[in-house]
Design a protein around this ligand. Structure first.
Ligand code: LMR
Length: 391
């Protein structure tokens, strides 16, 4: 039956992780998948998460099914964390999803069910899984200018020129903060301008918020999303708890949707439940219950904030050290200090990326994305030497 199946394409991120694991060189550096690592090179379980898990183990009386929405205490808590406090609750719908990838797919399925053939505009470049998820759901994918790779800056004029042509059959996918793969974020004035264009032209914005707290802080990183949520009648949000709660493998996320009316929100909710039920039925509860418990407890919330602030500070420190190390080797790393979050992008050709892997045991995602959160401060010089060697 399966003999004629064509071979699957290698995953552009996870295949690099596999190759890294198979490399026996002791000085190898994995800067591929977007996970945070501490000074020991570990991706730790956050102490607030451990504490919530212990309490959960003790108190949980049943593992019976929750409803199709998933863990509603979790949904209320994460909506509180990223949406405006004064939102009109009846117009918002949320459903727990297996990570933000699950939210992206579910919302893409909803768009196809609502109006087949819509075009979703993604940034150039964007998260490598955006286009495959959207296409798999039957949507058209187009890209809007975003990053000037050579200078590491936003192509603002070209971006807004493209957005000026969008209309009611277009959906605009934006990175809420810490743009993946570049770390180049929109300014608050850009978010305001997009809100104005969306309300005049009728296109539908969709925010993917996967790194809240890794840019400027939990509140500040939701500011762009909140500008849209206050200004627009309709909005989509794909939300991830993988990074800021360190719950990667628990697949903890949510799809949120703002509708024009409470009646429309009810219809959307029913459709989301139907689509989820036909696909994976219900999202796993463990990570969601952990997040709900942390955010319900002032002490655990404070502990979580402190741990997250520590992770963000460490990444800022690595950015600064690597910028200095690059400058010492005649390379321009100043953009490292301006950009936000885990990722940094260099104008590297596929040949240079391969050279870094083969000759220096440095593993990046193709396209030149480096995960700075995977870099140990003591290896900044090694990385700068390798980058200078292939420059
Ligand atoms: C990444 O971009 O490296 C992360 O979002 C991990 C993933 O699931 O692709």
């Amino acid at each position: 039956m399966f003999d004629t199946l064509s071979p699957a394409a290698a995953d552009p991120i996870l295949s690099v992780v596999e190759a890294f694991r198979a490399d026996a060189r002791p000085h190898k550096l994995d800067l591929s998948v977007g996970v945070y690592r501490d000074v020991q090179g570990q991706t730790p379980v956050m102490a607030a998460v451990k504490a919530a898990e212990r309490a959960l183990c003790e108190a949980q009386a049943s593992k019976s099914y929750l409803g199709l929405a998933g863990n509603t205490a979790f949904l209320d808590a994460v909506m509180q964390l990223c949406l405006p406090a004064d939102r009109e609750a009846a117009r918002w719908t949320a459903i727990q999803t297996p990570g933000a990838s699950g939210a992206l797919r579910l919302l893409a399925d909803l768009l196809t069910a609502t109006r087949p053939g819509l075009t979703v505009w993604i940034s150039d470049p964007s998260y490598v899984n955006h286009a495959p998820i959207l296409r798999a759901a039957g949507l058209q994918v187009a890209s809007y200018p975003y990053l000037d790779v050579a200078s590491g800056s936003l192509r603002r004029d070209a971006l807004f020129d493209t957005l000026a042509g969008l209309g009611p059959d277009d959906v605009l996918l934006l990175h809420g903060c810490c743009h993946n793969p570049s770390g180049v974020d929109l300014s608050l004035a850009d978010w305001q301008r997009i809100a104005g264009m969306a309300s005049r032209q009728g296109f539908l914005p969709w925010v993917d918020l996967a790194y809240q707290g890794f840019g400027d802080g939990v509140e500040a990183d939701a500011a762009g999303l909140q500008i849209l949520a206050r200004a627009l009648p309709q909005l989509l949000v794909a939300y991830s708890c993988s990074k800021h709660f360190g719950l990667y493998r628990e697949r903890t996320g949510a799809a949120m949707l703002l509708s024009r009316s409470a009646a429309s929100a009810q219809r959307v909710q029913g459709k989301l439940f139907e689509l989820a039920r036909r696909s994976y039925s219900m999202a796993p509860d463990h990570g969601a219950e952990v997040v709900a418990r942390i955010l319900a407890s002032p002490a655990l919330t404070q502990q979580w904030h402190e741990e997250l602030d520590g992770m963000r500070a460490r990444i800022v420190c690595i950015r600064s050290r690597l910028a200095d190390a690059l400058a010492a080797r005649g390379l321009d790393g100043e953009r490292l200090r301006r950009h936000k979050g885990m990722f940094f992008m260099l104008p590297l050709s596929p040949v240079q990326v391969e050279q870094l892997r083969a000759e220096h045991a440095v593993y990046l995602v193709g396209g030149g994305r480096l995960n700075l959160a995977g870099l140990d401060e003591t290896r900044c010089d090694d990385l700068a030497v390798a980058l200078a060697a292939v420059a």
